[in-house]
Structure formats: C-alpha cells, structure tokens
Design a binder for this molecule. Structure first.
Ligand SMILES: [Cu+2]
Length: 497
C-alpha cells in the first residue's frame, strides 16, 4: 500500500476567515483541468510539498495532489478548526471510499489535536484502523477535534474535487483536487468541446429571458453543446454531444454491455393534475404541489406516487406491513388514479439491471434529473422517438420501439453517472450491476418532485445479504425529547435531548 497524502485543514479564526487544507487555501484554476490542463500555468498548482515561494500565511493556489492510477490511497483528515460541535462533512467526487477509522486522541493530556500529534499517534500505532468490512461512503463528517481515515483504490482517472460540503467553506478554500493518473489514462477531449471564453452570450435587454431558453445564447459555431435539449443522441453530430456519447475513462463491466440484461424495467413518470373535488374530500389529507399556474399536482412513476414507509426498511423491515409496499406489478386493490404506497422494486443480488425512464410529464424544456443512491450506472441510451408521427412519447410507444429495435443502446465505454436528466418527451436507458445490497432511493432530484412522490426504492438482495443491524440501533419512536420551554435551545445543542 502507498500512503499518498496526509492532509490537514484549519480555519484561521477571527471575523474574516479563509480556510486552509495543509496550509493551502484552494483557488479555482482559470480553465478546467480535465479538458484544458495545457492552458493552465504549472505554477498555478501546488500542494503541501510544493508551495509557491512567495506564499504567506494565506497561501492561495490550486491545491492538487497527484496520485498514480490504481494506487491504494489512504487519507487522514485532521480537524484543526476546533470549533465545538462543528464537524466538517468532507465529500470526494468520483469515488466511494472505505471508512477505516474515526477518533480523537487517546492521550488525555492533549486538548487539541493537530497534524504533528496525529503523525505521532500514527507512528506509535495509535491511529486505529478497522479492516472488517469497512463501509463505503462518499461524504464523511470529520469529528471536531478528531480525525478520520479513509481509503480507496485510485482506479478512476481524472481531476476529482475533494472538499468540505458546507458551501461557505467551499468558497473560502476548503477544497483540493485529487488528480489520478495521467493524460494518457483519459479519453481524448471530444472535438469542438467548449473551451473557456468561447461562450459569449449577447448581452442585451432582448436576451434577458435566457434563463428560460438557453438557446437564445449563441454558441460559437465550432463549439459543441453538451446535452442538447433536442435529445438527438443516436448519431454523431457536429454541434452537440450527449452524455450517452461520452466515453468512460474506467473499464466497464463486460456483463453490462451484453445485448440482454437480466432484468429490464420500464418506468414511465408523469404528473397527475387533481381536480379540487378529487383532492378536498373528508378525512383525506393527500399531499400535493401547487405548481405555477395553480394546478394541484402529484407525481407518478409507473402509476404510483411514492409514500414513505412508516419505519426505515433497512433496519426495521419487519415492522412494515407488507401491504405498504407496491410496484407496477403489485398495486393495492383499491388504488385510485392517485395510487399512493411505498413503491419498491425487488432485484436479485448481482443481476444486470436495465432501467428505461420514459418522460410522460411532457412539460416543454423540463428535464427531470433522476438520481440513484448506492450505485453508479452506465448511460447506454438517450433519445426521443424516431417516429416523426409521434408527438408525445409514452410507455406503450417506448415498449413498441424497443420491440422493433429502435431504442438504441451504445456499448462503447458508456460513462458512469449517478444522476441523469431525462430529456423532455424522451427516454434514457441506464444499466448497473446490482451488487450493493440494500434499499436504495431512486428519485427525481427536484426537491418539489421528491415531496410529491417522484421516488421509488430499488431493493437489492435479501435480508441475508445484509450485515445484521447493530444491537441497540435507534428505532422509530425511541427518540422522545422532553418538550418544554427549558429545552427550546436544542437546536444549538443537540445533546440537551
Ligand atoms: Cu422531476
């Protein structure tokens, strides 16, 4: 194993603060490293071992740590911020890492941990690491006055941001880039890929509504549009590129690229607009969204509006009545148009799964960004109906296209994503190997749509595939704070409960 970097961060205290990781405050480079690294002066980059000569206390440069492809990396984050009850949530892009250690100094004489002390503990074998199935995370809170130890295999080449997820801390420099591999490990930049400075919208009063129609912006002719709104993704074109046409820098599981997946699921989604008399009935308190225009809507995926389960399935599945769950093949008998239940699709562990999302919402220029927890999926297809007579796609038509071989799939290094916009009046096809057992939420990432039911659970494997629930793990109803005026400051100190 190679220990690549030990990293430390601190916020300079006082009213006017910036943030430092390993004594460096991150500054964005003038161009994106992934597509234009040769346009960035080498002296723009720095790290703990290579700081600019003239750097003072507030050293600002593009903090980048270079990591060889496929190296096993251990990162130790040490909290020198030392603000009581403030635990910084660090997030790494491009990876899930194993959490092998979390703690504070075992030395009671040490009031405040710092880099030197952490290094000393490590030398003395006192930074404990757990190697019994450590969990995967992409975000972890570093305990105040403590440390975390994370590990991952650097098998995803590129420039990956690693940062505290408090937005205030991002803007004052609590970030760095983990640069994995070399340029030779990356697919070539597509021809005509947009470059810094090429996007020059005409600034005039006539164009103030650009927010509603991005096409009012005039691209330079030689530039590509990423994710064109017309969703024409099944032929090479000079003016645009779709996510499904990008190439993956990582190897893709061969089984994902076979013609036939083990499981194929079509999921149409749409809105249901309520008539007021449907909604306002005695003893009914259905949730709904009052959309612009005054419509009262809920959202349906495969004719089901997601309702949360009364207990968390992962730790209390036995407390949930089976009839709470449903899916397209098993809907409650008396379900109306606004069928509400806990939409759950069961998938065998390790099966190759294909999901086809079909936009039946049909709101112009509205592309719903679907996000899957627990997985990265490959994007093998994006498009609209090739049939010009079809004005609006729907499930039936999508199934028909698929039967006729007209839902095109790309099997040449499709890219990994965990969120994907479904083009308006179109479809996306994604695939993954269901190798992560559990209950994973799959949902549109517009928060308004989450609350009106545009979610479902992807349930992978069975109970025996999961580690046992830890003894004494919190359960629904066990948390009963005393409610009184004396306890109203709980927000500031959760330990008052
Ligand atoms: Cu949505």
């Amino acid at each position: 194993m190679t220990v690549i970097a030990i990293i430390i961060y601190a916020v300079v205290t006082g009213d006017h603060v910036i943030s430092l990781i390993d004594e460096i405050s991150y500054q964005s480079p003038p161009a994106p490293p992934l597509s234009q690294v040769e346009d960035i002066a080498p002296e723009q980059f720095c790290n703990g071992d290579n700081r600019p000569e003239s750097c003072g206390e507030n050293c600002m440069c593009t903090h980048q740590v270079d990591i060889p492809l496929n190296a096993i990396v251990e990162l130790v984050l040490v909290d020198e911020v030392q603000v009581p009850n403030l635990s910084h949530p660090f997030h790494l892009h491009g990876y899930a890492f194993s959490v092998v250690g979390i703690g504070r100094s075992p030395d009671k004489n040490i009031k405040k941990i710092n880099l030197q002390h952490a290094l000393d503990l490590d030398r003395r074998g006192l930074l404990h690491r757990h190697f019994d199935l450590p969990p995967n995370k992409d975000t972890i809170a570093v305990p105040n006055n403590g440390y975390v130890i994370m590990r991952f295999r650097a098998d995803n080449p590129g420039y990956w941001l690693f940062h505290c997820h408090f937005l205030f801390h991002i803007v004052i420099g609590m970030n760095l880039i983990l640069h994995v591999g070399t340029k030779a490990d990356l697919p070539p930049v597509p021809q005509g890929f947009p470059r810094c400075g090429h996007f020059t919208p005409p600034v005039s009063l006539e164009n103030t509504n650009h927010y509603h129609n991005p096409y009012l912006y005039i691209q330079r002719k030689q530039d590509l549009v990423l994710n064109p709104l017309d969703a024409i993704c099944n032929k090479p074109r000079k003016d645009a590129i779709c996510v499904s046409q990008l190439k993956n820098a990582k190897k893709v599981d061969e089984a994902l690229l076979q013609e036939r997946p083990d499981v194929k699921i079509f999921l149409p989604f749409k809105f249901l607009v309520y008539k007021p008399e449907q909604l306002f009935r005695p003893h009914r308190y259905d949730k709904f969204l009052v959309a612009p225009g005054g419509d009262h809507v809920i959202s349906l995926i495969d004719e089901i509006s997601y309702l949360s389960a009364p207990s968390p399935p992962l730790s209390q599945i036995d407390d949930i009545p089976p009839e709470q769950f449903c899916n397209g093949d098993n809907k409650p008998e008396n379900c109306e148009q606004n069928c509400m239940c806990t939409h759950k699709i069961d998938l065998p562990l390790n099966s190759i799964v294909e999901v086809v999302l079909v936009d039946e919402v049909q709101a112009p220029n509205l592309s719903h960004p679907f996000h899957l927890h627990g997985y990265s999926f490959t994007v093998v297809g994006i498009g609209r109906s090739p049939d010009m007579n079809i004005k609006k796609i729907n499930l039936k038509h999508a199934l028909d296209l698929d039967r006729r071989g007209l839902l095109h799939r790309h099997f040449n290094l499709p890219p990994f994503k965990d969120t994907l916009a479904v083009p308006n009046n179109g479809y996306v096809i994604l695939r993954f190997r269901a190798d992560n057992p559990g209950y994973w939420l799959f949902h549109c990432h517009f928060l308004f749509h989450v609350v009106i039911g545009m979610n479902l659970i992807i349930h992978v494997g069975s109970k025996s595939d999961l580690p046992p629930v830890p003894k004494g793990f919190p359960r629904c109803g066990h948390f009963t704070p005393p409610v009184s005026i004396e306890h109203q400051n709980h927000y500031h100190n959760p330990f008052n409960w």
